[in-house]
Design a protein around this ligand. Sequence first.
Ligand SMILES: [Zn+2]
Length: 216
Amino acid sequence: MFIGHYGLAFMIKKKFREIPLWFVFLTVQLTDIVAFILVFLGLERAVYRQSANPFFRNDLDLPYSHSLIGSILLAGILYAILILAKQKSWALIGALGVLSHWLIDFIVHTPDLSLFFGYMKTGLGLWNYPTLSFGIEIILVCAGWLILGYRNGASFLLLFLLLGSFSGMFFGREPEAIKNSQVIRTAIVLIPTLLFIGLAYVSERNERKKRRGERI
Ligand SMILES: [Zn+2]
């Protein structure tokens, strides 16, 4: 899934108010960030594939970052680090955020996710229905954004960029430069991810300032 992970992040944040939004954003996308690093190191693969279905333009081989065992390990490592840092509530949400990525990907991916480091490939294949998949992701993000209820410049920009980048991917064509480079292919996922995390931080800070101002 692409932006749908953030929809869930908005909802998690609404439920656990003491956990920062930027942190929830980071955890739901940590799996993709790790995938970027592994592709960059040549340990995983994401190459262009010609397809009329925009969700199938990536030929993926992500045996470590996107295997069930890999995401359990990643969640465990994050959990352990945060427990050592005496952030117990962050630790639990962080681990759940990491695991949520694999579970949501499991619903949409065709069988290119594995259970165990490249073995036992699985995926329910919602991407076989691109219009439905597109609609579900848009609804997830809009619902999460509305439920969380931040209304400031940064949060509107965040919503606009989430919907805009995803729609661009869905309706647009891939530039040649992106097609031919694995690193660029993953960088166009990583750079927006970092931008969204930054905007999540600013939108929460602005919201807090706004609410403090209203109370005075
Ligand atoms: Zn992913």
